[in-house]
Write a protein that binds this ligand. Structure first.
Ligand SMILES: [Zn+2]
Length: 457
């Protein structure tokens, strides 16, 4: 009966309203009260992970110790950090043994190391994340929860034209209408296709444009060049990528409305949202955000890697997960009066882009990985590959072959051609090949697929 009630609640959005009702109040709590919530949720999560999650069995004493301390949040840095590499190799070890498989949802993340990663979230997180979105995307941008949202996303998912595929699209359309959220995919489409998409977006008359900063910028450039296309949202929410001043200016010029930032990722949903006073507040009731260097917390106001603990993912606990993003937590109090902690900047991800003098749209370096996996015969000869950029308009590809030899010139030519066809077109990108015994490792011990040494220098 309880399960039946849960389904009704979810269907009618009552569960979301209930969770939002709490978040609406708790955003005005004192810092002490917010820390109290985090301490309580953290110790509960640690006890659960120590008992039920295979990966944490090895660390169960440490977890129990922190859980039993009077202030678990202060001791969290005693716990190990989870990297994407650990997750990739032990993906099933993070599944809680006492959690039903059907209450676990599989998600895919794009990843910053060149390899997508599949992991899981607790089914109930969809409800909690929608409640967080209601507070961050609607309340803080001062639009009604019944507003229309156009989601400007990257690459369209693969479409299959069998019965399953049609059913999936039908479900998406029905859900889109119920929740008033419609998706548009504008990555890797031609200018003609973009014109059609822009027309559809204009016809929808969305109140909110939400999307990747790079995709919103592409749409903004189109709108500026085609003033007859009227897209007039009340707010633009930029997410998942760095919102640079340049991009913000272009969006401002095109859409003439408030441009707000949001920090989110597939693993955790929305982590932080911009309040009406312009600060990026962490949704502290949902997540713990730390900024660390070499695993240890930095002093307030110092830059470091953002490490996140999800306080509600009981199906797949991620405790101290290293995001690869660089950020700073501010101790200054925001003028809006909320005491939810503030992320002052997230600007580490710009290094993920290819520097080019002629690319119309910013391109993530990791997109190129597809050019090495497209041809099976080439892919099975490669052990490791890394693309480094040390100069504008020039890419240096380092390949480690399984047989310690090198690829044939024809194969190199094929890879180059894929890159040109898919990404570079008639731009002047130079592509060089080298062969080595291993690829470069960063100071943090990572071997990223793409390194932008220009932005790092
Ligand atoms: Zn604020």
């Amino acid at each position: 009966m309880e399960i039946f009630q849960d389904h009704i609640d979810k269907f009618l959005g009552l569960a979301v309203s209930r969770e939002y009702g709490f978040l609406k109040k708790s955003q005005w709590y004192s810092p002490e009260a917010l820390v109290e919530i985090q301490n309580h949720k953290l110790s509960k999560l640690l006890r659960h992970a120590a008992r039920n999650v295979p990966y944490y069995l090895e660390f169960s004493d440490q977890l129990q110790q922190v859980a039993n301390s009077t202030h678990p949040l202060n001791c969290i840095s005693n716990l190990p950090i989870i990297t994407r590499d650990i997750l990739r190799h032990q993906v099933n070890d993070f599944k809680a043994k006492n959690h039903k498989e059907k209450l676990r949802q599989r998600i895919k993340t794009g990843g910053t190391t060149g390899q997508p990663l599949e992991l899981y979230i607790d089914d109930y997180l969809r409800i909690l994340n929608r409640a967080v979105e209601r507070r961050g995307d609607y309340e803080w941008t001062m639009v009604s929860p019944r507003s229309k949202i156009a989601i400007i996303w990257g690459q369209a998912p693969k479409r299959s034209y069998n019965l399953n595929g049609w059913m999936k699209r039908l479900k998406e359309n029905v859900q889109g209408s119920i929740h008033r959220r419609w998706r548009f995919y504008i990555s890797r489409i031609t200018d003609e296709e973009l014109a059609v998409q822009a027309m559809h977006i204009a016809a929808l008359k969305p109140d909110i444009l939400l999307g990747y900063a790079s995709m919103l910028t592409r749409l903004a450039v189109y709108v500026i060049e085609h003033p007859e296309v009227k897209i007039k949202p009340r707010v633009v929410l930029s997410t998942a990528e760095t919102l640079s001043t340049d991009r913000k200016d272009i969006m401002q010029q095109a859409f003439a409305c408030r441009i707000a930032n949001r920090y989110s990722m597939a693993e955790f949903g929305t982590v932080a949202s911009e309040c009406p006073a312009g600060c990026l507040h962490i949704h502290a009731e949902r997540v713990i955000v730390e900024v660390v260097r070499n695993g240890k917390p930095v002093a307030d106001g110092q830059e470091g890697e953002i490490v996140i603990t999800d306080l509600d993912n009981y199906a797949y606990p991620l405790i101290r997960y290293a995001t690869g993003d660089i950020g700073v937590i501010s101790t200054e109090r925001c003028n809006c009066g909320r005491d939810l902690p503030v992320l002052r900047s997230i600007d580490g991800r710009i290094v993920d882009y290819i520097a080019s003098s002629s690319l119309a749209v910013p391109l993530l370096g990791n997109h190129l990985i597809r050019c090495f996996t497209k041809d099976d015969n080439i892919a099975k000869r490669i052990r490791q590959v890394q693309v480094e950029q040390r100069e504008l308009d020039k890419l240096e590809v380092t390949i480690v072959c399984k047989d310690n030899c090198s690829l044939e010139l024809d194969d190199e030519q094929k890879i180059k051609q894929y890159m040109i066809d898919e990404y570079f077109g008639s731009t002047c990108m130079q592509i060089m090949f080298h062969y080595a015994d291993c690829v470069k490792t960063t100071a943090a011990g990572k071997t990223p697929f793409f390194i932008n040494s220009i932005s790092q220098s």
